[in-house]
Design a protein around this ligand. Structure first.
Ligand SMILES: Nc1nc2c(ncn2[C@@H]2O[C@H](COP(=O)(O)OP(=O)(O)OP(=O)(O)O)[C@@H](O)[C@H]2O)c(=O)[nH]1
Length: 284
């Protein structure tokens, strides 16, 4: 699903997430491990405020493991209320850690409740993230058909459905959808490279050029191997031509077929033919 985000939609989405935050103890913020900052909402810290949070670097199966580890260090060193782990919601990898980490982050709150004589209840969590980041996949994975109709809760006007994850954890069944920072062109290009933005609304050639520039800088050996290039031309148009030539994307008159070359490059990236790639590097 690609949502056209207008200021009115953004305000509404924010309001909806803020309402849901009142019902829960902890936020699971889903980001794409290949572009952990670009796949976040720019106002997320402000929206989530002081709630404990686990940043889930999803689609870790498609990201460069060494860089994912650097991103985990980056997020884990930010504040005590926030932890990060890498997961693959599609195959269900890394998910068992979510529960133990939630308990850890909420230990003080739970201890306080117990000290006051309140019986411990299930931890309530909300998944938030931008479109296409894997929210539904994660809910379905965690739920294992455990969608519980709980109806109204005291103080809650609208009926909310909760998904049981074991005995001690419950998720709101509808995730919070938030917008990415797409006024930043680079963010848009990164999102487009991984397929998070519908191809029909972007200029794919521009995306392929962006991706090639990035790959030449950070993953030149992958280009060597995949396209059998002896040298990686510095000029990106020359590189584009060289790949087109190697892959037989030639039109009559000997011209390079740029549309076909673009298609190949983008497909190779998205289907991991160029290996696991992370499109954003932590700065510290
Ligand atoms: N490789 C891989 N693909 C994943 C993973 N998680 C989700 N996907 C795929 O990513 C795509 C989007 O997943 P969804 O669960 O629909 O994402 P969403 O955030 O609910 O999307 P919206 O409904 O648009 O908000 C689907 O094709 C999933 O199969 C993962 O960990 N690894």
């Amino acid at each position: 699903m690609t949502i056209q985000w207008f200021p009115g939609h953004m305000a509404k989405a924010r309001r909806e997430v803020t309402e849901k935050l009142k019902l829960i103890d902890i936020v699971y913020e889903l980001v794409d491990a290949r572009l952990p900052l670009s796949s976040r909402n720019p106002m997320i810290d402000e929206i989530v405020a002081n709630k404990p949070r686990i940043i889930l670097l999803n689609k870790a199966d498609m990201a460069d493991t060494e860089k994912t580890n650097r991103w985990l260090d980056y997020f884990n060193s930010q504040n005590n209320n926030t932890k990060a782990i890498a997961i693959d919601a599609h195959q269900g990898k890394g998910l068992t850690k979510i529960h133990s980490l939630s308990k850890e982050l909420l230990k003080e709150k739970w201890d306080r409740m117990i000290a006051k004589g309140i019986r411990p209840r299930a931890i309530r969590a909300l998944i938030v993230g931008i479109p296409n980041v894997g929210k539904s996949t994660l809910i379905n994975r965690l739920a294992k058909k455990n969608i519980a109709k709980t109806g109204d809760r005291p103080g809650v006007t609208k009926a909310q459905q909760w998904v049981k994850v074991g005995k001690e954890l419950e998720l709101l069944d509808t995730p919070g959808i938030l917008w990415p920072k797409f006024e930043d062109q680079e963010v848009g290009l990164r999102l487009a490279t991984t397929g998070a933005i519908k191809d029909t609304i972007i200029n794919l050639q521009e995306v392929a050029v962006y991706a090639l520039r990035y790959l030449s800088e950070y993953y030149p050996s992958r280009l060597h191997e995949r396209y059998g290039l002896e040298e990686i031309p510095e000029d990106v148009v020359e590189l584009f031509d060289a790949i087109g030539k190697k892959r037989g994307c030639i039109m009559s008159g000997g011209y390079i077929d740029y549309d076909k070359t673009t298609e190949i490059i983008i497909r190779d990236i998205r289907t991991l033919k160029l290996g696991k790639i992370t499109f954003e590097i932590p700065t510290e």
